[in-house]
Design a protein around this ligand. Structure first.
Ligand SMILES: [Zn+2]
Length: 143
């Protein structure tokens, strides 16, 4: 658990450029620039858990409202047409949800978009670090 990279970033949110928001039990981060997708978010429990059944009732109860809030924001701020929500956990065992928005004008959709965005090479769109920082700065006050 000590070498879990998601555990290691807990408590250091203020110095993390990808940090978006937090609730009592979860922290939300934007995906790194290499994914090339503005609005791609991760929801992570603040404590180490590797499956949904390990979460307490309170932790489980908080999650749907947080997903709904982020989804609404993605529909509004970047005019997402769909928001894919998934959990894989093969590379990083610490439970985390991927929120992957599909916007109009993006050629990829469905599993292909998910595979490209979540994979090491990203979507191939011209997304810069500045685009992501601008997006985070815009949504932070609303969350
Ligand atoms: Zn962890």
């Amino acid at each position: 658990m000590n070498n879990c990279k998601l555990c290691q970033r807990q408590g250091r949110q203020s110095e993390d450029p990808y940090f978006v928001t937090e609730t009592t039990y979860y922290a939300v981060y934007h995906a790194p620039v290499e994914k090339r997708l503005v609005g791609y978010l991760y929801i992570e429990p603040k404590r180490h858990a590797e499956s949904w059944q390990e979460l307490t009732g309170e932790e489980q109860a908080e999650l749907p409202g947080l997903i709904a809030r982020l989804e609404n924001m993605l529909y509004k701020e970047i005019r997402a047409e769909r928001v894919y929500t998934l959990s894989v956990g093969e590379t990083v065992r610490h439970l985390h949800l991927h929120l992957i928005p599909r916007c109009s004008g993006v050629l990829l959709e469905g599993l292909e978009l998910i595979q490209r965005a979540a994979g090491p090479e990203g979507t191939g769109q011209p997304v810069s670090e500045a685009d992501i920082r601008q997006f985070i700065a815009k949504i932070k006050p609303e969350l």
